[in-house]
Design a binder for this molecule. Structure first.
Ligand code: AMP
Length: 299
């Protein structure tokens, strides 16, 4: 499998009603690559500043994440600060310092260019497009985006959407992007913009897959330990793409299974801050929770 991701590698400060984590390792590409690495190797494209600790790079490398595409440039690493309300589905972004990520113009290492599976994690659509253009023959291209880019770089995002196979979005972003008034309508409107499938994530209420032939809804895995939901969307995408990258075809049953893996992987990620919970588990834990999840859905 050859799975490549581009996105943010960040320091996050996260406040929840119960606790606070200060300047911990985060970022869309970080969560994605760690989550996907349970399934196979991952190629990471991103940028950090000179303040990024070597131990973090080593942590990613220890997971079979190739960091040859993670540039270090003079300056500070991307910083994000957010706070959750008592209802942890509600989050406010308090600070975004793009720092070196704001000037990022990626050049892919030669050995990344034959990647077959491409995930364009949260980041500027211009940077997402730059990476896509450098992959010679992608087989499956999926992108994420967020309110920040839907508002400020809409035209570039619409251009990108005509070049991708799939999209993952949360419900709020799907409404903002399409102007739709209910989720199925939002899904259909996203498909009209280019992608062949879209996954709309609804936090603890699960996720919905919309394709030209139908709609599939899966609930979230009901973990009772939600410490920090940050990165859940990226971890979901990592589990989903990590599984797809082990497959030869992408029909609806496989997309459904991929969503289920994404759901299960994300459910572990929220059980602690940063990558802390992921660092304690292996594929055996993911498999056994996947089986519990399957049993839970038996009708
Ligand atoms: P999620 O909880 O899935 O929305 O992802 C949260 C992660 O996205 C955090 O680790 C942040 O560092 C990262 N993030 C926040 N804002 C941005 C942004 N504008 N561009 C890229 N990544 C971001």
């Amino acid at each position: 499998m050859s799975l490549i991701v581009v996105g943010s590698v960040a320091f996050d400060t996260v406040e929840t009603p119960a606790a606070k984590a200060d300047r911990v390792l985060g970022g869309s590409a970080t969560y994605f690559s760690y989550a996907a690495s349970f399934f196979g190797p991952v190629r990471l494209v991103g940028v950090v500043g000179t303040d990024f600790p070597p131990a973090y790079r080593e942590l990613l490398q220890s997971r079979n994440i190739d960091t040859a595409g993670l540039e270090t440039v003079e300056g500070k690493t991307f910083f994000w600060r957010g706070a959750y309300e008592k209802d942890m589905n509600k989050r406010t972004t308090l600070e975004v310092d793009l720092n070196v990520f704001g000037e990022f113009d990626p050049t892919l290492p030669e050995h990344f260019r034959d990647s077959r599976f491409v995930f364009l994690a949260n980041g500027s659509p211009r940077v997402q497009m730059r990476v896509l253009e450098q992959v010679a023959r992608p087989q499956l291209v999926v992108a994420d985006t967020m309110n920040f880019y839907i508002e400020s770089q809409r035209d570039d995002l619409l251009k990108l959407m005509r070049r991708i196979d799939g999209m993952v979005l949360n419900d709020e972003e799907a409404f903002m992007l399409t102007g739709a008034s209910h989720l199925v309508d939002a899904g259909r409107k996203v498909l009209a913009m280019g992608p062949k499938f879209v996954v709309i994530k609804k936090g603890e209420h699960g996720a919905m897959l919309v394709t030209p032939t139908g709609v599939i809804v899966l609930p979230a895995y009901p973990t009772d330990r939600v410490v920090d939901p940050t990165g859940a969307g990226d971890s979901f995408a990592g589990g989903m793409m990590g599984y797809l990258a082990t497959q030869e075809v992408f029909d609806e049953p496989r997309l459904r299974r991929a969503m289920a893996y994404g759901t299960v992987v994300a459910s572990f990620g929220v059980e602690d801050f940063s990558l802390d919970r992921f660092r304690q588990i292996g594929m055996d834990n993911i498999r056994s929770r996947y089986e519990q999840y399957r049993a839970m859905l038996a009708l």
